[in-house]
Design a protein around this ligand. Structure first.
Ligand code: DOR
Ligand code: ZN
Length: 362
């Protein structure tokens, strides 16, 4: 199968940043995805309804065709989040979810939650109102091996939250371990999960192949082949607990090429292409649409897109450098050591393509 047509995909986990960076990276997402769950880890973080409304407005104004993409906003949880503010934002359809960053776990998480108990009153309200909790699932205890931080988070934080708030809607973001996959599959309450292209493609060997590879560094860090394989199996299974979230996270090249390099992989320019290739290589192309376009929308209570996207497989690998310049700064695009053969051939939401191509594709 060298051609596939899917309903327009959504990205359920995306970092757009702010200001000129946001303007520079946004087209790479809007070219393919209809909606994206925009992460709130700006400086300062998005903690109030007012901030979220302003941020959303700036994003919408930066899309060349304003109707062609819908940003969905998230609330950054802190030790002092007001349940009232969060519920108000959710009722007004400004906040679609609230994001839990354990303080110190990742980029701009300094204002995150220092102990899960500090937000129990918030979680209680979220459970009552059906507000999804989006979780960066890693413990921050420096004594815990970095490759075990997701597993330990499940034991020390996730299982207790599940027990205390059994009806809380949870998205365990960017699954990175077999233990994480197994936990979601246990269906111990309504726990769902996003999966990134890089966690489906890379292992920790890719962090060190031929030298230290900062552009393969993200959080949670990529792990072993057994973990990667479990993640691919989960994504391609069609199980509605798993859906696509790119975790595309732009950083300037200069901040990746330094001591204490920033964690994050900017994959928006080729994420849907790599995901399609992974499904095709695993003979699971028939499950692609569930993962990219149906399962996430269903979880968040949205109708699937009415638009469509066609991807085709080329004979030769696509070598184009998809990095983006913002002023003098380069934002290097995801480039695993895996040649990419798939590209977008058409859609009915982008003027560049013909509608009849869509009809031909099935
Ligand atoms: O790799 C990552 N980058 N993981 C995160 O959790 C945050 C993100 C970022 O904001 O750069
Ligand atoms: Zn993220």
């Amino acid at each position: 199968m060298n051609k596939v047509k899917i309903l327009r995909p959504d990205d359920w986990h995306l970092h757009l940043r702010d200001g000129e960076t946001m303007k520079a990276v946004l087209p790479a997402t809007a070219r393919a995805y209809g909606r994206a769950m925009v992460m709130p880890n700006l400086t300062p973080p998005i903690t109030s309804v007012k901030q979220a409304v302003e941020y959303r407005k700036k994003i919408v104004e930066s899309i060349p065709d304003k109707n062609n993409f819908t940003p969905l906003m998230t609330c950054y949880l802190t030790d002092s989040t007001s349940p009232h503010e969060l519920v108000k934002g959710f009722m007004d359809q400004v906040f679609i979810a609230a994001k839990l960053y354990p303080a110190g776990a990742t980029t701009n998480s300094e204002n995150g939650v220092t102990s899960i108990k500090n937000i129990y009153s918030v979680l209680e309200k979220m459970e009552i109102h059906g507000i999804p909790l989006s979780i960066h699932g890693e413990v921050t205890n420096p004594e815990v091996d970095i490759f075990d931080r997701e597993k330990v988070f499940i034991e020390q934080v996730l299982i207790p939250i599940r027990k205390k708030f059994p009806e809380l809607k949870i998205v365990f973001e960017h699954l990175s371990s077999k233990e994480g996959v197994d936990y979601v599959l246990e269906k111990d309450g309504p726990t769902f999960s996003t999966i990134t292209p890089h966690h489906m493609l890379l292992t920790r060997n890719d962090l060190f192949k031929g030298g230290l590879r900062m552009f393969n560094y993200c959080l949670p860090v990529v792990k072993k082949e057994t973990d990667r394989k479990a993640i691919v199996d989960a994504a391609t299974s069609g199980d509605d607990h798993f859906f696509f979230g790119s975790d595309s996270a732009p950083h300037f090249e200069k901040n990746k090429l330094k001591d204490k390099a920033a964690g994050g992989i900017f994959n928006a320019p080729n994420s849907i292409e790599y995901v399609t290739q992974i499904f095709a290589e695993n003979n699971k192309i028939d499950q692609l649409e569930k993962f990219t376009s149906l399962n996430g929308a269903s979880f968040y209570g949205f109708a699937p897109s009415e638009e469509s996207l066609i991807l085709i497989k080329k004979e030769k690998p696509i070598e184009k450098d998809l990095s983006i310049m913002q002023g003098k700064d380069n934002i290097r695009s995801f480039k695993p050591d895996v040649p990419l053969y798939w590209e977008i051939a058409g859609s009915n939401y982008n003027n560049r393509f013909e509608k009849n191509e869509i009809e031909d594709a099935r």
